[in-house]
Design a protein around this ligand. Structure first.
Ligand SMILES: Cc1cc2nc3c(=O)[nH]c(=O)nc-3n(C[C@H](O)[C@H](O)[C@H](O)COP(=O)(O)OP(=O)(O)OC[C@H]3O[C@@H](n4cnc5c(N)ncnc54)[C@H](O)[C@@H]3O)c2cc1C
Length: 371
């Protein structure tokens, strides 16, 4: 019997487990390692921040999902990998050997220490719930006559825009009597670089409606810390600590940023017994955006390729073909959304209903009795 260890309750692993629940892997001991059984679905995170969904509605529970696939959910966090010995070390010191390993551990952020402002980094998603709930509790306790509460967001990509608009909506909904001021800072000269100009303009209008001052071409500085009550950190995705540290990743091939280098079959370039998908992987050639949609699309290919690799059929591995243009739907917190694809962009309540329908459809696949 071979042992396949999945590390990370990411989007691709959710889809792979669901596939194996329907068609079990023969002669395989299957383990899923993640710190928490509940993992939020990224597409619905802004809607949860805005108060449109409860956390339970946007989370996948990996414990029953793993059980249905014949796997064991193992609470733990990968700290170091020895790919030569095919062994990993968890934070509690446990050593786990594997025949095949699959990494779907997402990405993180490294915000600067804030002296005054409460800091809310948007990644890793797993830590967001606790931090956000604590923030909302403090906000609700403040007095109505207090000076205006100042919210700064850093990062002009989709996550920065969506999360700022969502958080402002929630704060105002909970305490309409408290005053708020807000600014979004981005080093880039434009908001939402890479999206259609029409979508960029729609985002600017949404920020203006929410009373947000947009400061393009400017980053966070310590001076701003003195005037800020809440700092939302949503800059570009970064690799976790262990793959950035040669002492903790062994000879595993990673790119300059610490993302695991893979081939088009989703295998490590240095160790074919290791697969990596989603944010933590470095796609060959042109870098893929760190977006949940890519992790989702890698899921079925990963499920097939791990099955074939377990059977010793490396000749039957499938090649992943990432979408060149994907549909982006950005919630603006107010019951509207911005839709963008290639050169096209538009906004309205219809786009929010569309997004809500797609996201509820995705998560429903993991929330029924039978995956
Ligand atoms: C506010 C916000 C909104 C977003 N909205 C969208 C959107 O609408 N559409 C979109 O496509 N993308 C969106 N993204 C991007 C998206 O969140 C990520 O690209 C996506 O979650 C990556 O998926 P993943 O499967 O690679 O990893 P994740 O979903 O991040 O899952 C990683 C898992 O690995 C676990 N893990 C991490 N480290 C370890 C370890 N050492 N050991 C064990 N387990 C570990 C984590 O706990 C987690 O369960 C958004 C991001 C943010 C911040």
């Amino acid at each position: 019997m071979k042992r396949l260890v999945l590390v990370g309750a990411g989007h691709a692993h959710a889809l792979a487990l669901r596939a194996w629940a329907q068609a079990p892997l023969p002669d395989t001991e299957l383990l899923l390692v993640s710190p928490e059984p509940l993992a939020p679905y990224s597409g619905m995170v802004p809607g949860w921040l805005a108060g449109h969904y409860r956390f339970a509605q946007i989370a996948i529970d990996f414990e029953p999902l793993a059980r249905a696939a014949g796997a064991r959910w193992w609470p733990g966090e990968l700290q170091a990998l020895d790919p030569a010995q095919r062994q990993l070390r968890l934070a509690d010191g446990t050593l786990l050997a594997y025949d095949l390993l699959s990494l779907n551990i997402g990405s993180t952020l490294r915000p600067p220490p804030a002296r005054h402002a409460a800091l809310l980094p948007l990644r890793p998603l797993g830590l967001l719930r606790q931090r956000y709930e604590a923030l909302l509790a403090r906000w609700c306790q403040g007095a109505a006559g207090d000076r205006a509460f100042v919210v700064h967001a850093v990062g002009g990509g989709a996550a920065g825009v969506e999360s700022l608009l969502a958080v402002l909506h929630r704060l105002r909904q909970l305490r309409p009597d408290r005053a708020l001021r807000s600014a979004l800072l981005t080093r880039s000269p434009v908001l939402l670089p890479g999206l259609a100009p029409a979508a960029q303009r729609a985002a600017q209008r949404a920020l203006a409606r929410a009373g947000v001052t947009l400061q393009t071409g400017s980053g966070w500085s310590e001076a701003l810390d003195d005037h800020s009550d809440l700092l939302l950190w949503a800059t570009g995705a970064e690799a976790h600590d262990w793959p950035r540290d040669p002492g903790r990743r062994g000879a595993l091939a990673v790119d300059a940023a610490g993302f695991v280098c893979i081939d088009a079959q989703l295998r490590s370039l240095s160790h074919p017994q290791v697969f990596a998908v989603g944010d933590c992987a470095s796609w060959p050639g042109q870098a893929l955006p760190k977006a949940g949609v890519h992790a989702v699309r890698m899921g079925p290919v990963l499920a097939h390729n791990l099955r074939m690799a377990l059977a010793g059929r490396s000749d039957a591995l499938r090649t992943h073909r990432p979408q060149q243009q994907s549909l982006a739907l950005l919630a603006t917190g107010d019951g509207r959304a911005i839709a963008a694809r290639g050169p096209l962009g538009a906004a309205g309540a219809w786009a929010w209903h569309w997004k809500d329908h797609i996201d509820r459809g995705f998560i429903a696949r993991f929330q029924g009795d039978t995956p």
